[in-house]
Design a protein. Structure first.
Length: 191
């Protein structure tokens, strides 16, 4: 569990949940993402523009839903903190979900939301529940996505993500980092 600090900027808000470290993300830091030369299904998903949620919904035959795996205050990885330009060991809101199509997990998503982004209208980001983050981001004007970073996850396995992408979304002085890890049932076959 993340350690609580005496520094109030690092400590979670009273009554907030603390997110335990995840298992699926630990093995797939950004350092493991290397620009692949992919074709077919994987290439489509890594490069899909606009809302990933909307693309997944269109692929569904019956239903789409979001399962919240973990959500609460936690310490981002060093690499995530550097990407967002926040101090090391500073708490952030971490949201981890499974995006499921027709009852099957297709994508694991990890979002890092700095405390400053949770101010004002951003406070709603702590209360998304099963609402897809993409639906919120793409319905609020002023948010724009930075360049996509894409790559292969190592080591691949039938239960773990094979490839991933991530990007920073920004609105004025507010930023958040979204990582999307694509699972075998969506991609159809090993890369």
């Amino acid at each position: 569990m993340p350690s609580r600090d005496s520094d109030p900027a690092r400590a979670p808000h009273p009554g907030a949940s603390i997110v335990p470290p995840t298992r699926w993300y630990d093995g797939f830091p950004q350092a493991c993402l290397q620009q692949p030369d992919l074709r077919g299904t994987a290439s489509f998903w890594l490069q899909a523009e606009g809302s990933l949620t909307r693309h997944l919904q269109l692929r569904c035959r019956h239903s789409f839903h979001v399962e919240v795996a973990n959500e609460g205050f936690a310490t981002p990885s060093l690499e995530e903190a550097l990407t967002l330009g926040i101090p090391q060991r500073r708490q952030a809101w971490v949201r981890e979900v499974r995006l499921c199509g027709d009852g099957t997990p297709w994508v694991l998503a990890r979002t890092i939301i700095p405390l400053a982004t949770l101010a004002g209208r951003g406070r709603r980001l702590r209360h998304l529940g099963r609402t897809p983050l993409g639906a919120w981001l793409f319905s609020h004007r002023g948010w724009s996505r930075g360049p996509l970073q894409t790559g292969l996850c190592r080591p691949p396995s039938p239960e773990q993500p094979w490839c991933a992408r991530r990007s920073v979304f920004a609105s004025k002085d507010h930023r958040l980092l979204v990582g999307e890890y694509f699972l075998p049932p969506l991609l159809g076959r090993p890369l």
